[in-house]
Design a protein around this ligand. Structure first.
Ligand code: PMP
Length: 370
């Protein structure tokens, strides 16, 4: 059997593994930070209508600049994020992963580096590798907040071309205050003009506000967003960014022509028409997230403060201890995530019933261990 390493693949890909959150068929799946609520029926109908219209023109390429969709996204951001943005400030792609890939293709690449403060979203490093960008792992405090002074030192030392700040952070749930982002932006620019990407994939679940207003007067600051979480549309694959219009112009240099299919654009437009209904689920999920935090603590677990739709819990001491607990929770029909952070696991807030199933499992485990 031919193995990957038998092929003439690029040296930096040899011996590496792909992104692989397990997609297992178990009763309760709380491992990939999805929204547990299916789209409401009137929205499903509206999607069908919009897609039917789009289908009539599928012999033609879609709108390459996705103008109607970007206008609707700009309106959503202006209405919710405390800052007026226009069509020219917004760009969209197939998931925020593709947004990040386009940014790294434009501002990273061979001979350049990107930094993230880890543990954080593993795809930042993986997409960096895929685009030939060197990856630097920046530090965090023991409580998973960003140590501003240590981060500034890392920026001065490595002078990266791209800086990732994920807020709320995945997998820890930690929010990053605006003053930290301002300080890191200034420190990064002082070291070398560089692109600072604020990944706000989970911001709708946050106790605090979006950092979108920070793009004002900061030409190298990008905020990336997604419809995969708050909008409950992970299957749609729609991510977007807001930044100075020059950044939007720059990513045109690397985006594939017609990258966003007409079906994707039609579906996303339908979902945006139902923003108010979809965001009501966000309120429920925030309440469930807070309940998970409280009940995990009551059951004797340590929990990291969370501003996202998931909760990091532990602490499991000893080599492989977290993975063993992951397996025991799975044996009880509940799939959570082992992100490889030593001593910790992550659970996504599901429906109240799903969360009850998870809480029953972890309470049972606690009894077993005493
Ligand atoms: N950023 C962060 C921090 C994430 O956790 C995720 C998904 N897990 C993404 C970006 C990518 O999301 P998508 O490609 O579905 O928009």
């Amino acid at each position: 059997m031919t193995r990957i390493d038998d092929l003439p693949v690029r040296d930096e890909l040899r011996g590496k593994s792909p992104y692989g959150a397990p997609q297992l068929d178990v009763p309760v799946r709380l491992n990939t930070n999805e929204n547990p609520y299916p789209l409401p029926e009137p929205l499903v109908e509206r999607i069908a209508e919009r897609v039917r219209e789009a289908a009539r023109d599928l012999n033609r390429y879609p709108d390459r600049d996705a103008v109607e969709l970007r206008t609707a996204l700009a309106r959503y951001l202006s209405d919710t994020a405390g800052h007026e943005v226009a069509l020219a400030d917004v760009w969209a792609a197939n998931g925020s992963n593709e947004v990040i890939q386009q940014l790294l293709q434009t501002f990273g690449g061979p001979g350049r580096t990107a930094i993230g403060f880890e543990p954080s979203y593993s795809m930042h490093g993986l997409i960096a590798r895929g685009t030939g960008t060197g990856w630097i792992s920046g530090p965090r405090n023991d409580d998973f907040t960003i140590d501003v002074e240590a981060a500034k030192r890392a920026l001065a030392e490595h002078r990266p071309d791209v800086v990732f700040i994920t807020t709320p952070n995945n997998p820890t749930g930690t929010a990053v205050p605006a003053e930290t982002v301002r300080a890191l932006y200034d420190a990064a620019q002082a070291a070398k003009p560089s692109l600072v990407v604020v990944d706000e994939a989970y911001v709708e679940f946050s106790h605090g506000a979006s950092l979108l207003p920070l793009i004002e007067g900061r030409q190298n600051l990008v905020v990336s967003r997604t419809m995969s979480k708050a909008f409950g549309a992970a299957g749609l694959r729609l991510g977007y960014l807001a930044a100075d219009p020059a950044v939007v112009d720059a990513v045109q240099l690397v985006r594939l022509p017609y990258h966003l299919s007409a079906v994707t654009q039609a579906t996303a437009l339908a979902a945006l028409e139902h923003t108010d209904t979809l965001l009501k689920y966000v309120e429920q999920l925030k309440a469930e997230r807070d309940r998970l935090v409280a009940e995990l603590r009551a059951a004797g677990y340590e929990v990291t403060e969370s501003d996202a739709n998931f909760v990091q819990f532990g602490r499991f001491v000893g080599e492989g201890a977290a993975h063993e607990v992951w397996r025991k929770i799975l044996d009880r029909g509940v799939l959570v995530r082992d992100n490889g952070v030593p001593g910790w696991l992550r659970v996504t807030a599901g429906t109240p019933d799903e969360n009850d199933a998870f809480l029953d499992a972890v309470r049972e485990l606690k009894k077993e261990r005493h």
